[in-house]
Write a protein that binds this ligand. Structure first.
Ligand SMILES: NC(=O)c1ccc[n+]([C@@H]2O[C@H](COP(=O)([O-])OP(=O)(O)OC[C@H]3O[C@@H](n4cnc5c(N)ncnc54)[C@H](O)[C@@H]3O)[C@@H](O)[C@H]2O)c1
Length: 395
């Protein structure tokens, strides 16, 4: 299979899916990224949205992206009801609101029979996450969770290498996610801390940095290593005056096979932009991936020299299927995001046709990853509250 031909657009399953969006209005961050990702492979058209709960802002935001005014809503429940009733209603909704709305919005659309692509974390409590998993299962709807970084070809290649036994038995998993945006002067200000949803437990959930980026680190570590910790020891910390929630977390991990691990995530790591880095050490070799250089993966055999594996050059079904342009032409974050949209489209077409989910899309993060992330958050909180003691984790 040639790398460029492997993934040059569409799903091969026919018409574009009709996508609606909740959140992602004027000035929002991730909604626009979702819309780019959805369009990149010609799998979706964006046709409806409740882009804001403010009616005027919702209309302005909808007009800016070319939505017909009768398909702009300011209430997601109305949107779910009216879109489900239309012959040309949406097939799937993208949820890009602050965390506290993920579960209520997803519930409304699942109950209306509409597939869901939701951003992370899954919600603000494990109970609502589990209820969502049950509902998605009962309604037989696709529920994708956009843990973006698992869409990178070299991350998928890393997983394939681990599964093939190329690095031997996994002994050590080290993942870090270092950002510095919370340390910006504006974001340290009391006003930001008292108004922004990232520091409001009612909207962000019971953790800050842990839910925001710690869940990404936790998910990618399990995605690549193929193992999940069964015990953790955690410390939450805030360096920021007036901050209610953590802006830093450090976690030790124990695995049932005897492996050990470390995870730390920080939004106060001076000078770091979006430093998600993963290392997995096996009995034969180790792997290293750096999100800011996503076209490469390092493989180092025991006692040998490091090999730089590059996107478009490595041979492996998973990496090739997630590659769009030839080696040397950099791909990045948007393509990784688009890969999740492409996987979700393949699954939605299959489910709609009553067919099994295509194997090539099986690595799409789902509500199952979301529930695991909520369990991780709860375990971190339990450990921290107990004075950083070891606690059990069952994901
Ligand atoms: N996958 C990733 O890498 C990634 C990156 C950034 C953010 N996120 C997640 O995406 C979500 C949104 O984050 P963001 O940074 O874009 O936030 P944001 O504050 O920039 O945008 C949130 C949007 O939701 C809208 N909104 C709020 N309440 C609404 C309602 N009732 N109805 C309709 N719209 C409503 C706001 O008007 C705004 O447009 C969060 O859950 C965050 O964790 C994921």
């Amino acid at each position: 299979m040639s790398a460029i031909g492997a993934n040059s657009g569409g799903t091969g399953a026919g018409r574009k899916l009709r996508l609606g969006m909740v959140g992602g209005g004027d000035g929002a961050f991730i909604g626009a990224v979702h819309r780019i990702a959805a369009r990149l492979d010609d799998c979706y058209e964006v046709v409806a949205g409740a882009l804001s709960s403010d009616a005027e802002r919702a209309q302005r935001s909808g007009a800016a992206i070319g939505l017909s005014s009768d398909r702009v809503y300011s209430d997601y429940r109305t949107m779910a009801r009216l879109e489900a009733a239309r012959e040309d209603g949406i097939d799937v909704v993208a949820i890009v609101t602050p965390n506290h709305l993920h579960a209520p919005v997803a519930t409304a659309f699942l109950e209306a029979g509409i597939h869901v692509i939701c951003d992370k974390p899954l919600g603000i409590s494990l109970a609502e996450g589990q209820a969502l998993a049950d509902l998605a299962h009962a309604r037989q709807r696709v529920f994708a969770l956009t843990h973006t970084y698992t869409g990178y070809p070299m991350v998928r290649h890393a997983r394939e290498l681990v599964e093939s036994g190329a690095i031997g038995d996994v002994r050590l998993v080290h993942v870090e996610y270092a950002q510095d945006w919370m340390a910006e002067a504006d974001n340290q200000a009391a006003e930001f801390q008292s108004t922004n949803w990232h520091n409001d437990p009612k909207r962000a959930g019971p953790t800050g940095c842990t839910g925001d980026i710690g869940t990404h680190a936790f998910q990618i570590a399990g995605f690549v290593s193929g193992i999940q910790p069964n015990q953790i020891m955690a410390e939450l910390h805030s360096f920021t005056p007036n901050r209610i929630l953590d802006d830093h977390v450090q976690v030790m991990l124990r695995y049932p096979n005897g492996a050990r691990g470390m995870l730390w995530a920080s939004q106060m790591a001076t000078g770091c932009e979006n430093g998600l880095k993963l290392r997995v050490f096996g009995t034969k070799a180790s792997l290293a991936f750096d999100q800011e250089n996503p076209n490469e993966l390092w493989l180092t055999p025991q006692g040998g020299s490091a090999q730089r594996l590059t996107r478009g050059r490595v041979r492996g079904a998973a990496a090739e299927a997630a590659t769009r342009v030839p080696s040397g032409h950099p791909e990045g974050y948007l393509e990784a995001f688009a890969q999740l949209y492409r996987d979700a489209a393949a699954q939605i077409h299959a489910v709609n046709a009553g067919l099994p989910v295509p194997a090539a899309s099986a690595w799409l993060p789902t509500v199952v990853d979301g529930v695991a992330g909520m369990k991780f958050i709860d375990a971190v909180l339990a450990s921290d509250e107990a004075g950083s003691r070891w606690v059990d984790l069952a994901v």
